[in-house]
Design a protein around this ligand. Structure first.
Ligand SMILES: NC(=O)c1ccc[n+]([C@@H]2O[C@H](COP(=O)([O-])OP(=O)(O)OC[C@H]3O[C@@H](n4cnc5c(N)ncnc54)[C@H](O)[C@@H]3O)[C@@H](O)[C@H]2O)c1
Ligand SMILES: [Zn+2]
Ligand SMILES: [Zn+2]
Length: 308
């Protein structure tokens, strides 16, 4: 086995472990043994302990757009685990640290990272076309016979071990429960962040949230936290009613129950429309409904749609 010099004068070796590998659009994942290379300069190798599934993993697995059709590939981007080894130059993360993977990494030095208004790093921002490591354009995953297996969203967490840029890792309190912390990797921060950071809604705002999956439910949580007076949840699945209510939703609409369009219903309920509308299903028709559900004088329209 090859060994390379890592940080702190120790050596990291190749690891063989199990991963769920996607070999083609919609094909069943193959649970197979893979080789994971040591972390290179400013990279970190993580033992993944928990990983959850976001709808974006599902879209990529189905290869819904061209940029996603890169195979074989290890999907997954919401995960928590423990640092197994670090590469040269990594100073703020060490072996044994509890961490989350971050698909939208931050170098901390570029113009975007220094701006207070965005964290879309010029180097490590989420990019569905990026399927190799930035250091050397190679993958850190290999099949047993040495063929490359590609990376996904800077993270690739459907594997017992993964290698990521240190910019795509965040250290967390070791007392935090790793099994639920995975949700902070994507859906919770996306939903809550869109309401509190991007839209910056205020006490008493009226809000509509389209699609009550993990992202939409997190948006409801953010709206409740900010003191929204009305939070209307919209979903075609009636089971989402009680989930939304638990988190602070005040009204629920199932579009299938309506004779009118959703935006007409919302305009009736809110004297002309809501202050803020969030599209959390990744559906263009819903995006239009979300836009039309805001009132005419609304200065702050925040519509959220999957962009990758
Ligand atoms: N840009 C980002 O940072 C980011 C992050 C996470 C997820 N996403 C995207 O956000 C979207 C939601 O992700 P998720 O993991 O919460 O998905 P999910 O599958 O858990 O939830 C989607 C919800 O939308 C509902 N829905 C579907 N079609 C609907 C319709 N026509 N009308 C009303 N409700 C409908 C479903 O019943 C479901 O409850 C996906 O497109 C995902 O790719 C983007
Ligand atoms: Zn996600
Ligand atoms: Zn940056």
């Amino acid at each position: 086995m090859d060994a390379i010099e890592g940080a702190n004068d120790h050596y990291a070796s190749e690891i063989t472990c199990t991963a769920a590998v996607a070999w083609g659009p919609g094909q069943p994942f193959s649970l197979q043994q893979i080789r994971v290379q040591p972390p290179q300069k400013l990279e970190v190798r993580i033992k993944i302990l928990f990983t959850s599934i976001c709808h974006t993993d599902l879209s990529a697995w189905l290869g819904q757009n061209e940029s996603q059709r890169v195979y074989p590939r290890i999907l997954g981007h919401e995960a928590s685990g423990v640092v197994e080894s670090v590469g040269e130059g990594v100073e703020d993360i060490t072996e044994g640290d509890h961490v989350l993977t971050i698909f939208n990494g931050e170098c901390g030095e570029c113009t975007y990272c220094k701006l207070k208004t965005t964290n879309l790093c010029a180097k490590f921002r989420v990019d569905p076309l990026q399927s190799v490591m930035r250091n050397d354009g190679k993958t850190r995953f290999l099949t047993q016979d040495g063929k490359p297996i590609y990376h996904f969203l800077n993270t690739s967490t459907f594997s017992e071990y993964t290698v990521v840029d240190s910019a795509c890792v965040v250290k967390i309190n070791p007392k935090a429960p790793l099994n639920t912390m995975t949700l902070l990797s994507c859906c919770l921060s996306t939903g809550i962040g869109s309401v509190i950071n991007t839209a910056n809604i205020h006490q008493g705002s009226t809000v509509a949230v389209f699609g009550l999956g993990a992202v939409g439910l997190a948006a409801i949580l953010g709206a409740k936290t900010r003191g929204a007076s009305t939070i209307i949840g919209i979903d075609i699945n009636n089971d989402k009613r009680s989930k939304g209510q638990t988190l602070g939703m005040t009204n629920f609409i199932n579009p299938s129950d309506l004779k009118t369009s959703v935006h007409e219903k919302i305009r009736d309920m809110t004297e002309g429309g809501v202050d803020f509308s969030f599209e959390c299903a990744g559906n263009l028709d819903l995006l239009r409904e979300a836009f039309l559900s805001t009132h005419d004088v609304c200065q702050y329209i925040c519509v959220y749609l999957c962009t990758y």
